[in-house]
Write a protein that binds this ligand. Structure first.
Ligand SMILES: NC(=O)c1ccc[n+]([C@@H]2O[C@H](COP(=O)([O-])OP(=O)(O)OC[C@H]3O[C@@H](n4cnc5c(N)ncnc54)[C@H](OP(=O)(O)O)[C@@H]3O)[C@@H](O)[C@H]2O)c1
Length: 274
């Protein structure tokens, strides 16, 4: 990566999971703020979709350094970590327990100024959700407790709901249908934060001395909205009327008990948010 005058005083950021749904926004945000940016990616395979190869090409064109490796390659991770200051993990839930390998490598490298583990959802220490969501959050909580007991400076980010992800789930904007499901009464207020904003804010939070060893919750007042308000805004914008199909709390609870994983987790998340 070319170190320009605007980037030479900036912290160097390494992202794990940077090619993912949310990770790509974090990599773009880091590069856009002129941080020398590194992404630890698994080696490309012939089965890899063209969109993933394109994304890797886009990162290279932004000056991002791609380091190919597996989380099992401890020495390789340590040598990359020694070149950076900040580590942001945006690995998927399936790989959350594997972050122990990143933590071991951070301890061995000994120079990391901040680690943000893959969280970016609810404030998990403050809620008591249905069992499938609780089991899902337990994996993230284990990593929290490990970091709190370590000497690694950390920040836990609670991003609340990704806006594009939840709007797609609630309003189906690309699949015109006459009816929309309303979970619960439709009056519960949720925080919907646009993925690109979450990513930009995360780069700022990772560099802010005030957020060292703290939980940061993204809850801008303008982003707090109920499902009923969201549907009414969508009706105004599209000029259409939607039939509301209500799914009450007891139905969500029953589904969380009967659906297979991961659908039981999805309905438990909806129960928790709405
Ligand atoms: N708040 C919300 O509304 C919301 C919604 C969705 C997700 N989230 C959270 O956002 C975070 C990121 O999730 P995501 O959906 O963006 O992730 P994702 O797209 O499923 O995956 C991210 C990347 O991780 C890498 N990866 C996958 N499995 C791996 C493994 N076993 N070992 C190493 N690398 C692996 C892949 O990159 P390579 O193949 O290139 O290595 C993948 O592109 C999670 O903490 C998730 O819970 C929050």
């Amino acid at each position: 990566m070319e170190i320009t005058s605007s980037s030479c005083n900036k912290s160097k950021i390494l992202v794990f999971g940077g090619t993912g749904y949310f990770g790509k926004h974090v990599v773009r945000a880091s590069a856009s703020f002129s941080h020398p940016t590194f992404v630890f990616v698994r080696p490309a395979t012939p089965q890899m979709p063209p969109s993933s190869l394109q994304l890797r090409g886009e990162f290279r064109s932004l000056g991002v350094t791609l380091v190919q490796g597996e989380l099992e390659e401890h020495e390789k991770m340590v040598s990359v970590l020694k070149q950076v200051d900040i580590v942001i993990s945006v690995l998927p839930v399936s790989a959350i327990p594997d972050q122990i390998k990143i933590i071991d490598a951070i301890i061995a490298a000994g120079n990391i100024e901040r680690f943000l583990p893959s969280e970016f959802g609810c404030e998990e220490d403050r809620i008591t959700p249905l069992p499938p969501f609780e089991a899902f959050l337990e994996k993230k909580k284990k990593i929290r407790r490990l970091l709190e007991a370590s000497t690694i400076p950390y920040t836990f980010v609670s991003a609340n709901c990704y806006a594009a992800y939840f709007i797609s789930l609630l309003l189906h904007p690309h699949d015109p249908r006459p009816d929309l499901v309303v979970y619960g009464t439709g009056e519960a207020k949720a925080v919907l934060n646009w993925e690109q904003d979450v990513a930009k804010y995360t780069i700022k939070v990772a560099n802010d001395p005030r957020t060292r060893n703290r939980v940061v919750i993204y809850r801008p007042p303008g982003n707090i909205i109920s499902q009923n308000e969201l549907i009414s805004s969508w009706e105004k914008k599209t000029g259409r009327r939607f039939e509301k199909v209500c799914m009450q709390e007891d139905e969500l609870i029953k589904l969380s008990q009967s659906l297979p994983s991961p659908d039981n987790i999805a309905v438990s998340i909806l129960h928790s948010v709405f």
